[in-house]
Design a protein around this ligand. Structure first.
Ligand code: NI
Length: 183
């Protein structure tokens, strides 16, 4: 089932999310609904707070970037309680977007590689180094569960330039072609 995506201006996007416990009600259904929501909106990553669940959960399918980055090919994962344990010193820039900030794309600099430990959808522990686009998306989704949006990582001058557009999104004028919500 496709869920509405909370957009910029919503309080749920600004709060730190809580760890997922194995008995979280309807977790399997929520993960299925997050995949439906992600694909319906044409996104590559979605964190649970974006659909109003304040838990540390994200789904990522980086396949849309397979032509730009071979590492993205077939990269499809559920991340439960992810932790970023190590970062490369090497940084890279990438034009990021976010389903919660429709119509805005801006270059964000982040570490090129990260080591992430998480539980998969079967609550099996995984620990892997990610590079390129997958590393980028994981860091973006990790920010969501910490209550951080990519616009907060932009230079103040860029944020100033975007202020009008962001205010429009917060007023419900997002222009998104998927179901959105503000709360
Ligand atoms: Ni996002």
């Amino acid at each position: 089932m496709v869920l509405p995506v909370y957009v910029y201006g919503s309080g749920v996007l600004k709060k730190e999310a809580a760890p997922v416990t194995g008995d979280y009600p309807g977790l399997g259904q929520l993960i299925a609904d997050m995949w439906d929501t992600l694909y319906n909106a044409g996104g590559v990553g979605l964190a649970a707070p974006q659909v109003g669940h304040m838990i540390r959960l994200a789904v990522i399918d980086a396949s849309a970037f397979k032509d730009e980055d071979a590492a993205a090919n077939g990269f499809k994962r559920v991340f439960i309680n992810p932790e970023i344990l190590e970062w490369s010193e090497e940084m890279s820039g990438f034009n990021e977007g976010c389903l919660s900030i429709p119509g805005i794309h801006e270059e964000v600099k982040r570490p090129k590689r990260v080591r992430v430990r998480y539980l998969d959808e079967n609550f099996r522990e995984r620990d892997e180094w990610l590079d390129g686009v997958p590393a980028r998306i994981v860091q973006h989704e990790y920010d969501h569960i910490e209550g951080i949006l990519f616009t907060e990582r932009l230079a103040p001058i860029r944020r100033k330039i975007l202020a009008g557009k962001l205010a429009n999104i917060a007023r419900g004028k997002s222009g998104a072609d998927y179901k959105t919500k503000i709360a």
